[in-house]
Design a protein around this ligand. Sequence first.
Ligand code: MSP
Length: 521
Amino acid sequence: MSHFYITTPIYYVNDKPHLGTAYSTITADVLARYHRLFGDKTKFLTGVDEHGQKVQQAAAKRGIDPQKHCDELAEVFKAAWLKLNISCDQFFRTTDAFHKTAVQNVLQKLWDAGDIYADTYEGWYCVSEEIFYTEKDLVNGKTPTGKDVEKVTEKNYFFKMSKYQKALIEHIEKNPKFICPENRRNEVLGFLRQPLTDLCISRPKARLSWGIEIPFDHDYVTYVWFDALLNYATAVGIAQSGREKEYEEWWQNSGQTHHLIGKDILITHCVYWPTMLMAFGAALPKTIFAHGWVLNRDNEKMSKSKGSVMAPDDMVAFVGVDPLRYYLVKEIHLGNDGPVSHELIAGRINNDLANNLGNLLSRTTNLIDKFFGGQAPDVSKVALDEKTRSLIDRAVSTANQVKSRIEDFEPSLALEAVVQLLNETNKFLEEKAPWKTVKTHLVAAGADLYCALEVLRIAGGLLWPVMPEKMTALLETIGCPYKAGVETWPSLSKWGVIAAGTKVQKAQPLFPRIDIEKSDA
Ligand code: MSP
């Protein structure tokens, strides 16, 4: 059994979840659910990033203790993800005691090995990005993305990141799929053409107290990114006594760690993180996949400062959880930017789910109800014609197409393969017109409807990771109570699984058409 370990960024608790953070989380959830379906031993990690100046300021603004602020916001994130059907195996909090100890153990090891040293730092700090800049990095006195910076001069501790530059470049060059998509890989290689500076990994407590104390200097706390990046590995036991086996299994030996991130945090993940791991002597992740932006209807990145952030709850109220998940994963090709608006969501859902899938389901189950007493027709004595054989071939090969697309981080194309199968099946029914032939050739019409039923079973199983509630309902309607995982997966590339006589219910509309006029778009 192979492993699959997928992570999302851990989100700052200076803000509530929005459609951008929901996008990362839903995408990782869909990938995790597919891998569980394939039978992989899967772990899906998400969580919150609770230290640093940004969070300290957010708590101060509310006039409350940072820990209390974090406790409250962690619950807000958990509740939001629950509503979106997020099936994480672990919700990570960087204020958890085990994480603090592990971060200190890593720091101590790097200090003892001489990979961390003290020096005086002079430069510019951007609080909103929690990143240091040198004078030459600034554009008109601001960060390259236009954020404010403040001048800082102080003694600090530095990680010898520069020492690992060559090894990192070699690793990226030898492993073309380490950083995906390719344009992001090129961006990182471009960044690495300049000599790397060492990384400042401490903050004096006098300036920032909200962080993990540096084990070898009690006047300092750990730089928030050093602490946050380590979550991926502390979650599976790095630098913790008693968890060695888990660490060996999930981090050092599986070779199946995949980080899904937004393109804004490419350098921290593709430069800071692998060099930290190299210094510790830990394995590197297999993939760092940077996705694009969810854009608002003016094609801009949703941004708090512009007030253009959409709340996941509003979209859920508009279309429902599963259709929202479907839209985000199907419509935004992973790696690209993609817009979200009420009109776009309604159009996609009406077309793919209400018309294509919904019609196939209601036609098929209505006819079976009316002419076959609500039971799956018996096809044992029917000879298959060419059209039927070709539909069957297509249907039983879809699962493998879906699997390879998912393994290549192309969930939108995986869904496209299922949509194509549904299109073909609707066409098949149009041509065969069992609603007409049922009056003269009952058995042949039954065979055509049985084909549609089997396609619905396969499509329902294959779409289940994206729309778990809706597909569970669909499969129950056609008499296939669904259990995701190893037992189900082989049946998705088999034909003739539904036994003759299985109870088929008349379907309730699963995806009512969305009337855009009635929305506030
Ligand atoms: N705390 C750091 C990450 C540390 S990971 C070790 C952080 N947090 S964040 O709250 O700012 O979240 C950033 C992530 O949210 C992005 O990388 C991206 O995954 C997601 N998104 C935020 N806005 C987004 C969009 N508009 N569109 C898509 N994803 C976006 O950075």
